[in-house]
Write a new protein. Structure first.
Length: 173
């Protein structure tokens, strides 16, 4: 009797996991989302902690720079073709200055609801992205906030400065 219950429980678990493992092969379109509110609050707080307050003109300039950055990011598109056999190709277009499209190839793996993309060259972003597949299998969300923070630090951002939350959301076509 215990053996039968164990077999049934293992079978039910296997069925539920296999039902969740959606087929991610096909074409996906990605868009970058950034939350600039926390970055603005951090910049204002950093100035205040140094005993300075931002003038209305400085706040206006910061708002304009953030809006410009957001419009550049809003134009970036990522198209991914996920092939059977564990390979993918990603093309990124619409970057600053109307750059030519950047292509990236790599491998993919799905474990449960986690999708890992590992690029060969990583010219258009981080080498490895780990995202969460939605229960319906139609979106994958990659939180790249840590990579954005590391990149900002390499670019000379003040130590301890907050960076915005950054996600890339891919939708299956």
């Amino acid at each position: 009797m215990n053996f039968t219950r164990t077999v049934l429980a293992v079978s039910a678990l296997a069925l539920s996991l296999s039902a969740y493992a959606a087929d991610i092969t096909g074409k996906w379109t990605g868009k970058i989302n950034m939350d600039m509110k926390e970055a603005k609050a951090a910049a204002m707080s950093a100035a205040k902690s140094q005993g300075k307050s931002m003038t209305p003109e400085q706040v206006k300039m910061m708002d304009q720079q953030m809006a410009m950055g957001m419009s550049m990011v809003a134009n970036i598109r990522m198209n991914v073709v996920v092939e059977k056999g564990g390979k993918y190709t990603m093309t990124t277009t619409g970057g600053p200055g109307a750059q030519k499209p950047q292509a990236e190839e790599g491998t993919w793996v799905v474990k449960g609801n986690k999708v890992t993309l590992t690029g060969k060259k990583a010219t258009a972003g981080p080498k490895t992205l780990v995202g969460t597949l939605s229960p319906n299998g139609k979106t994958i969300t990659f939180d790249v906030s840590k990579q954005a923070k590391d990149q900002a630090a390499k670019g000379g951002a003040p130590k301890g400065m907050k960076t915005p939350s950054v996600t890339i959301i891919f939708t299956k076509n």
